[in-house]
Design a protein around this ligand. Structure first.
Ligand code: SAM
Ligand code: SF4
Ligand code: SF4
Length: 388
């Protein structure tokens, strides 16, 4: 190469400072008519309320470049104080109200959920809840797996059904670069194996694919987990939050992921387990198990989205890309300054039913319009705050 030839540089990461939505407060109104308990609500698009994701902490021991870039979540970043977090009792009370309205599946997430002390106590409390027809909720957790090997057995004993572990590469160098805290891949693999051994399965492994960063890891990951009973799922890199400097060029559409795998290990499509499932499922022709792809960017699935998200300080978000939350903590706690008492269970249920029944969110379906400037775009809440 001579000196005048242009040199191709890798894309420069340009994290963007976050706007702090955490203290913004929309206190939900409680409908006057609460005598008849609302059951099985649907939103304005007819979508039921089926899944609840509870983010239990905004802290994390990783600094994944696509989620909590170090430049933004550095030493100066102020995480929430413990008193601002919902207590386990408050979380359980809110979860009970959600279950009365249709929630059947609860996922604990974060930040890194296993960093919150005594997480197994929360699991045990949620495990005692029952749907109106007497069933316990399906209880799952998404974790970075860093301390899972230590925690798996107590979580299982407390009533956790399954775990999903996030793992973006098998190659130690690539993995350490992506978690950006030099965390070794071997420890996460140990967590996955322990989870499987204690019966937290079928264990799912989520890999966020960034073109040019870890796409060369797709096949090694497939070959590592094929035939093990572990379900590997590929997630399109999303424009979640505002801090990761997201750009479309770094999104590898799921179809390309499937094509790449199919060339080496032929695949055929599988039916969804149920409507509203985020992943499209594919099985290996030779019986080596299945993989999933989550195409939140290239193939929006808002039409069946039945997920509500509760942040660690009690804000309810109706979409992963929402910019406003509904402050349930204000309903769960008394506030002498505001002259408020905690609401009754019936009032809480009625307030939730009202919020869900007004829901119109469908960000992914509208993403293209926002990108073109045809719709106004608002600052979104961060992924590490609201969970995946
Ligand atoms: N710390 C836990 C973990 O990493 O599994 C739970 C919280 S994390 C926010 C939940 C999921 O969101 C992870 O699987 C992570 O890979 C995914 N995630 C975070 N930022 C993302 C982005 N910009 N695009 C796609 N997935 C993302
Ligand atoms: Fe932490 Fe999970 Fe975000 Fe990575 S994806 S920084 S592990 S919260
Ligand atoms: Fe659900 Fe929002 Fe994702 Fe659409 S963009 S699938 S409404 S979380």
């Amino acid at each position: 190469m001579n000196d005048t030839e242009p040199v191709a540089h890798p894309p420069v990461r340009q994290p963007i400072p976050i706007v702090d939505h955490r203290h913004a407060s929309i206190v939900p109104s409680v409908p006057k008519q609460v005598s008849k308990p609302a059951r099985l609500v649907a939103d304005r698009m007819g979508r039921p309320l089926h899944d609840l994701r509870i983010s239990v902490t905004d802290r994390c021991n990783f600094r994944c470049t696509y989620c909590m870039p170090k430049e933004v979540f550095g030493k100066e970043h102020a995480f929430l104080a413990h008193r601002d977090l919902l207590s386990f009792e408050e979380i359980t009370r809110a979860a009970r109200a959600f279950m009365d309205l249709g929630v059947r599946k609860i996922r604990l997430t974060g930040g890194e959920p296993l960093l919150r002390k005594s997480q197994e106590r929360l699991v045990a409390m949620l495990h005692t809840l029952r749907t109106p027809d007497g069933h316990p909720p399906e209880l799952t957790m998404t974790t970075n797996g860093s301390i899972l090997a230590r925690k798996a057995q107590t979580l299982k004993d407390a009533g956790l059904d399954r775990v999903t572990v996030s793992l973006d590469a098998l190659d130690d160098t690539v993995f350490r670069r992506m978690n950006d805290v030099d965390f070794p891949v071997a420890e996460v693999l140990r967590g996955i194996e322990t989870a499987q051994a204690v019966g937290l399965g079928p264990v799912k492994v989520n890999m966020v694919v960034k073109r040019g960063t870890n796409d060369a890891q797709i096949l090694p990951m497939v070959e590592r987990f094929r035939g093990t009973g572990i379900v590997l799922r590929f997630i399109e890199y999303m424009d979640a939050g505002n801090s990761n400097g997201w750009c479309m060029n770094e999104v590898l559409p799921s179809q390309e992921v499937v094509d790449q795998i199919h060339r080496h290990h032929p695949l055929h499509p599988l039916e969804a387990h149920r409507p509203g499932e985020t992943a499209q499922r594919w099985a290996f022709d030779d019986g080596g198990g299945e993989i999933g792809v989550i195409s939140s960017v290239s193939r929006a699935f808002c039409g069946t989205c039945s997920r509500a998200r509760l942040s660690m300080e009690g804000k309810l978000y109706l979409c992963l890309f929402a910019s406003h939350g509904h402050d349930l903590r204000a309903l769960l706690r008394d506030s002498p300054q505001a002259g408020r008492d905690p609401v009754s269970d019936a009032q809480l249920r009625a307030a939730l039913a009202q919020i869900w029944s007004r829901r119109v969110d469908r960000y992914s379906e509208l993403r293209a319009f926002q990108a073109s400037g045809a719709l106004p775009s608002e600052r979104k809440v961060e992924m590490s705050y609201i969970g995946g």
